[in-house]
Design a protein around this ligand. Structure first.
Ligand SMILES: [Zn+2]
Length: 128
């Protein structure tokens, strides 16, 4: 059974009304079965929870959400340099800590990695 069928079955049972021959009244199916209002509310809650789960599954998996959330936490990149100025190594490349893509310091200093979306916390000296 998939979510659609489960929601449909639960909703159908909740919405079903039957004629009660003993009283001559139309009653909800769950009351005729002797089930409590608490049971009905739990049933409604299940329908609501499954509907919400269905919406989440349409946009991604739990692992995908977890990865996206983790990429929102700013991380410092690694820096590389291959030249010297005044005897000091000049860093001209920063490397994304998530996907290891290389970018040029001073030109590609985006707040988020363009390739994977990792939030980057650049060093203050890089912005000077
Ligand atoms: Zn990246």
């Amino acid at each position: 059974m998939d979510i659609d069928k489960a929601i449909s079955a639960l909703r159908c049972e909740n919405d079903l009304t039957l004629f009660d021959a003993t009283t001559g009244e139309t009653k909800e199916y769950w009351t005729l079965r002797g089930l409590s209002k608490e049971w009905y509310d739990a049933h409604e809650f299940c329908i609501s929870a499954l509907t919400e789960l269905q919406q989440y599954r349409q946009i991604g998996t739990v692992d995908e959400f977890r990865e996206a959330k983790e990429r929102q936490i700013a991380e410092k990149p690694d820096y590389e340099g291959d030249g010297y100025a005044d005897g000091q190594l000049v860093y001209d490349t920063w490397i994304c800590p998530n996907c290891e893509e290389h970018y040029e310091v001073g030109y590609d200093d985006q707040e988020y990695c363009p390739k994977c979306g990792q939030h980057i916390k650049h060093e203050d000296w890089e912005r000077e």
